[in-house]
Structure formats: structure tokens, C-alpha cells
Write a protein that binds this ligand. Structure first.
Ligand code: LLP
Length: 432
């Protein structure tokens, strides 16, 4: 069931016309659909269930969209969370996430962040280097009796597989900064097991984002499975096999595997390693984009139409500070009129007000019709890495976020005010 559709020429999220939200909340605004979030989560979760009783935990990757209402919805559906900072753990706890369903990833955890996570009693640290193992050991020793258990660690390995995605979001190659080389993993596991305040609980990887094929996932699992077996023989008691996130979504012409196909591929790859030693492992997945990406749009208003000698420009009120993906990765986001008017297609660059040539939402795009000044446009597939990557560049307030559910909607983050923009700044006396 699709919740994003035109009804008599007007674009609706669930039962609410986007134009109504724009009138009441203003533009630009991110608008998320609760029903879509729920559908995406449940489809993904059940895809891992099918065909066997494998225990699994879906840890939604908070970085994709960390709005509290989004997180609360997902946690209420049973999601765990994948976090990469103290701030993300804080958000997860705010919405009632069970600490025993929180994993903490990332190559650069600071000691204060490690201490915070240990005090909350999270499920596992996904550890990326020897230095980090030592840091966790040090902090756990320092916290000592305050902790009820040893520090649970999974080691993230770098399986050296090509995710065949944009180089900026490919993470599983030897040249990337992520994980521990598979060849060194046994040694690091041995080192971890010797540290008195650590408990080795799992094996982890994440090979990249926006993957549109299943083969790289299967290759990674093949390497992980083989390693897991060796580790069990070495005497480690692994409980979790975390295969990270990365399943892609259609932005334009991409045809990524469905969650069902992904689940099937994962199961097939795991089956090769089923044996008494590994059958007790709980599978952890860390999807972000596939859950929220197509559950959100960015609604923007046309300010001006402008021509150069060779191009048409549609200048809108959303900019690269609000949605950086086109500028940063040259990524494609479909742009639809909020109200269809018919008429011939119109070729243009859709650009924002920021003083950078890179400030575009679309280049050389064929729009459904020539927008008029004041007309609303919806930038699609903006629910993941949209608001979370936004900034105040050009001293632009960050935009409002809205959630729709059925016929209702609510602002889930108000638009920033001028005071928000200067909060925390001070002029010292010596400046005068
Ligand atoms: N787990 C780890 C350890 C990650 O680093 C990531 C994403 C995920 C899970 C979630 O991946 P997903 O399922 O969303 O693909 N800003 C980029 C994407 C960066 C992804 C970073 N890591 C973009 O806008 O395309």
C-alpha cells in the first residue's frame, strides 16, 4: 500500500495534502509518513524471520534520521538502534529504547562517550581498532564496580568486498578507514579476550550504503562466517553476528533488492555456515536508509524563475544546507509538483538561495511542468540523510520537520528561530 500519491492532482502523504502542511507550517519542511515507516520496518523485520527461526534484531541506524518522533515510532515497533555518538544514544534513551538493544558503532569513540555507553548498559560496542579496545578496557576498569557486567564488545572487521556504490559511502574495502582487516582479526579477538574488563560477544561488519545488489552482502557474510567459525574454534563465545546496514532504495532508476530478496540472500549466505557452533548466533542488521529514505519528502516553495543564456533555473527556498546529498554525492532526488497542472515538461536546474554553485537539488531535470513563482515542489526520498545532514550554512534556520499519520499531522521539530541561530555564541570583552 502506497501512502504517497496524487489524489485528483494533489499530492498526499497518507490522508493529508502536502499543500495544507505547507500552508500551516511554512516551507521548507521535511514531512514523514508514520504508516510508511511502520510498513518499511515491519517488511524488513519479517523478511529476516521468514524461512527459519533465526534470532535476529533490527537495529535502526539513527544517523539516517534521528528525529525523536521517528525514533519513537520505530522503537515502538520493536526496533533496536545502531548509534555512533553519545548524542545518538541519548536520543535513543529519550524515546525509551531498551539499552540492551543499542549497539554503538564508529571509528572514533571518545572516552566520555564510551563511559556514557557503559553506564547505560548497552548491548555491544562495535569496535574498530586495537586502540579502541584498549580505551574501552581502560574506561571499564575505571568505572569498575559501577558496572554490572563486563564491557560487551563485537569486533568490526573489514571484509574487503566491493559494495559497488558511491565511493564516499563504500566502507568495506582495504583502503577505507573502517574495521579491522580480516587477516588480523584472530589476533585482535585474542587480545580482547585477554582484557579483564571486556567480554567478546560478537563479530560485526558494514560494507557500505545504498547497495543495489545482494552479492556484496553475500560475499561479506561468506568471509564473516568463515572467520566466525575459526573464532569459535579458538574458544570465543560469539553471540552476535552483525552484518551492518546498507540496503539501497530506488531514488531514480535503481532497482535494489526488496527486503524479502535481501533476507533470502542473507539466509542463503548464512546457511553455508550453519553448524552447531554458529546456530545460536543472533543476527543483527543495522538498516537506515531503507527504513526512512522513502518515508520522507522535503517540501519547498518556488521563489523565482530565472534564465541564463543556456539554462533555466528554478530557485526554491530549500538549499544545500537543508538537503546536501545532491551537492555532496551528486545524488538524484525526484522532484514532483505538489499540485499537478499538466502542461509540457520543463527542463531546468532546481537550485537554492545559497552562494555556491554546488547549491542545487537537481540539475538538467525535466520537471512535470514549468513551475510558477510561489508554487510548491516536493523533493522525494528525503527521509534518510536529509535533515540529519543539514546545517546552518548561510545562517539559515534549520527547517521544520512534520509527521503525518492518517489524516493528522504534527510538527515534530519546529523551525529554528533567529535566536536559535545564535544560541551559545558570545562576544568576549576583548572584542569590544
Ligand atoms: N551501520 C553502520 C556502521 C553505518 O556506518 C551505516 C551508515 C549504517 C549502518 C546504515 O546504513 P544504511 O542502511 O543507511 O545504508 N550520508 C550518506 C550515507 C552514509 C552512510 C553512513 N553509514 C548518504 O546520504 O547517502
Amino acid at each position: 500500500m502506497h501512502h504517497f500519491q496524487y489524489r485528483e492532482g494533489e499530492l498526499y502523504w497518507e490522508d493529508v495534502p502536502l499543500a495544507r502542511i505547507a500552508e500551516e507550517v511554512g516551507t521548507p519542511a521535511y514531512v514523514y509518513s508514520y504508516a510508511t515507516l511502520e510498513r518499511h520496518f515491519r517488511v524488513f523485520d519479517s523478511a529476516l524471520n521468514e524461512g527459519g527461526p533465526r534470532k535476529h534484531l533490527v537495529c535502526y541506524s539513527v544517523k539516517a534520521n534521528s528525529n525523536l518522533a521517528v525514533l519513537r515510532a520505530l522503537v515502538s515497533f520493536g526496533a533496536g538502534v545502531d548509534t555512533v555518538s553519545r548524542g545518538e544514544i541519548f536520543r535513543a534513551l529519550k524515546v525509551g529504547a531498551d539499552p540492551k538493544k543499542i549497539v554503538f558503532s564508529g571509528v572514533g569513540k571518545r572516552e566520555d562517550e564510551i563511559a556514557y555507553a557503559l553506564e547505560q548498559g548497552i548491548l555491544a560496542f562495535n569496535v574498530e581498532s586495537h586502540g579502541e579496545l584498549e580505551a574501552i578496557e581502560r574506561v571499564a576498569a575505571r568505572l569498575g564496580p559501577k558496572l554490572k557486567t563486563k564491557a560487551p564488545v563485537s569486533l568490526r572487521v573489514n571484509p574487503d568486498v566491493d559494495a559497488e556504490t558511491h565511493p564516499y559511502i563504500s566502507t568495506g574495502l582495504k583502503k577505507n578507514k573502517f574495521g579491522i582487516p580480516v587477516a588480523w582479526a584472530r589476533e585482535e579477538f585474542r587480545a580482547a579476550a585477554k582484557m579483564p574488563h571486556l567480554e567478546v560477544v560478537g563479530l560485526d561488519c558494514h560494507i557500505g550504503s545504498q547497495l543495489t545488489k545482494t552479492a556484496p552482502f553475500q560475499d561479506a557474510i561468506a568471509r564473516l562466517g568463515e572467520l566466525a567459525r575459526t573464532l569459535v574454534v579458538d574458544g570465543h563465545r560469539l553471540r552476535y553476528l552483525d552484518i551492518g546496514g546498507g540496503l539501497g532504495i530506488p531514488y531514480n532508476q535503481e532497482d535494489p533488492p526488496s527486503p524479502a530478496e535481501y533476507g533470502e540472500a542473507i539466509r542463503a549466505a548464512l546457511a553455508a555456515f550453519e553448524g552447531p557452533e554458529l546456530s545460536g548466533l543472533t543476527l543483527i542488521c543495522e538498516p537506515g536508509r531503507v527504513i526512512v529514505g522513502n518515508a520522507g519528502v522535503l517540501v519547498t516553495r518556488t521563489l523565482y524563475l530565472k534564465q541564463s543564456e543556456i539554462k533555466n533555473f528554478v530557485i526554491v527556498d530549500a538549499a544545500m544546507n537543508d538537503l546536501i546529498r545532491p551537492a555532496f554525492y551528486d545524488s538524484y532526488h525526484a522532484i514532483w509538483p505538489v499540485v499537478k497542472r499538466g502542461g509540457p515538461a520543463y527542463a531546468a536546474d532546481v537550485v537554492g538561495p545559497i552562494c555556491e554553485t554546488g547549491d542545487f537539488l537537481a540539475r538538467d531535470r525535466s520537471l512535470a511542468h514549468k513551475p510558477e513563482e510561489g508554487e510548491l515542489l516536493a523533493v522525494l526520498s528525503a527521509g534518510a540523510y536529509g535533515f540529519t545532514m543539514s546545517s546552518n550554512y548561510n545562517t539559515r534556520p534549520r527547517v521544520a520537520e512534520v509527521m503525518v499519520k492518517g489524516g493528522e499531522f504534527a510538527v515534530v521539530r519546529r523551525r529554528e528561530t533567529l535566536d536559535d541561530l545564535i544560541r551559545g555564541e558570545e562576544i568576549p570583552k576583548f572584542v569590544g
